[in-house]
Design a protein around this ligand. Structure first.
Ligand SMILES: *Cc1c(COP(=O)(O)O)cnc(C)c1O
Length: 383
């Protein structure tokens, strides 16, 4: 359900839609250029999870348009979807790929992450049986304690990997566990991770085994650790113009790309003492103007007693439980509001702004979870 924003004139509502996302691709390109400017390195656009909810194909095209040569995804099928859409940019699957996909990876020139011998050997045998090679990046676990081989095993593993006939070792990388938190150099987790990674790199370089692409930094790492940029950096959250964490704020030159809008489908007066929505978690205090908006938890809009949205350029409260597809808002401070009016969940309206970070705070989660939680059923409009 992708449609060009050209069909939406100014503030008008796209015909027939009642709950939708508007994605500003020029913001994505701007943020990509900012990441290049700051890092002075090639930037891998991390587009896993439907590009953090922004839409895999259109965001990947925007990264290409901005000059990007690398995309990062979490699963093989995400990379495969890119190839099906004729997006041929170098693509690295950052997570585990079952050997069943090895031949397809070789055919589509999709780079895979390796971290154990059994899987690496299976990739090699599958590709070699067709006279092909799979491109791989070796993942080193310097302290995230998720995927990756232990640093002390890296040199020997890489030597073995490089000898496999069906593989082309093009990269080595690690991932930071804590690059978004304030730095205390004496105990800092990231400082330790960088030191371990540098030790691995010294060893493999001395052995003449250093692959072409060495990479480590995520968005927070790019901003906080200039000594960890190596040959390539991997940016997800910053590409979308969202802050890596409350401690790691983007420079003002970044722009959020996403706006989430809906409309008032009904406005009515409800007498004092009326219970609103399931389980009556809110009672009207007087004769109150209540609006209905077609946004619910099935869209990724979570239950909280503190939800706010923008109506008529004013912040209003969501009252009562959020239902699956709808919820109610209190409109007493926007007397002019009427059915059909635009409502902003994330984005700007008049002089007011609601950020993904504010929504995250209300839901007691982080901004990554807010945007990744936006449902597939929300139509996405691009400009
Ligand atoms: C998701 C991910 C990234 C991007 O992280 P951001 O914090 O969104 O920049 C980079 N590298 C790996 C391995 C990832 O899984």
């Amino acid at each position: 359900m992708e449609q060009d924003l050209r069909t939406i004139l100014g503030n008008m509502i796209p015909d027939g839609f009642i709950n939708w996302l508007e994605i500003d691709l020029s913001a994505i390109e701007n943020n990509y250029h900012e990441l290049i400017r700051i890092s002075q390195r090639p930037v891998m656009g991390v587009v896993k999870a439907n590009a953090y909810g922004h839409g895999l194909e259109r965001i990947s095209q925007a990264v290409g348009h901005a000059g990007g040569n690398w995309l990062g995804v979490a699963r093989f099928e995400e990379a495969y979807q890119l190839r099906k859409a004729w997006i041929e940019t170098n693509t690295l699957v950052l997570g585990y790929t079952p050997p069943e996909w090895a031949i397809q990876a070789a055919v589509d020139k999709i780079s895979l992450t390796v971290f154990d011998r059994k899987t690496a050997l299976a990739y090699s045998e599958a590709a070699a049986s067709r006279g092909m090679r799979v491109k791989v990046h070796l993942k080193v676990d310097t302290g995230m304690n998720r995927l990756g081989i232990q640093p002390q095993a890296a040199l020997e593993f890489l030597r073995w990997l490089s000898g496999l006939p069906g593989l082309d070792v093009e990269g080595i990388f690690t991932h930071f566990a804590d690059a978004d938190e304030p730095v205390d150099p004496s105990v800092d987790v990231t400082v330790t991770q960088i030191r371990r990674f540098d030790e691995v790199l010294a060893g493999i370089t001395a052995a003449g085994l250093r692959p072409k692409w060495v990479h480590a930094s995520n968005s927070a790492g790019i901003l906080n650790f200039p000594n960890a940029r190596y040959d390539l950096v991997r940016a997800g959250i910053a590409l979308y113009g969202l802050h890596p964490s409350p401690d790691t704020i983007l420079p003002g030159s970044f722009k959020p790309a996403l706006t989430w809008k809906t409309i008032l489908t009904l406005v009515k007066e409800v007498p004092a003492g009326s219970g609103i929505s399931y389980n009556y978690r809110y009672f009207t205090k007087s004769n109150e103007r209540i609006g209905v908006i077609p946004v619910g938890y099935a869209d990724g809009f979570r239950r909280s007693a503190k939800n706010k949205v923008l109506v008529g350029g004013t912040e209003v409260s969501v009252v009562g439980h959020v239902c699956m597809d709808q919820c109610m808002v209190l409109l007493d401070n926007v007397p002019q509001a009427m059915a059909g009016d635009e409502v902003v969940i994330i984005g700007e309206q008049g002089s007011q702004t609601r950020t993904a970070e504010q929504v995250a705070e209300v839901w007691e989660i982080n901004n990554y979870q807010v945007v990744c939680g936006m449902a597939d059923r929300l139509p996405r409009f691009y400009s």
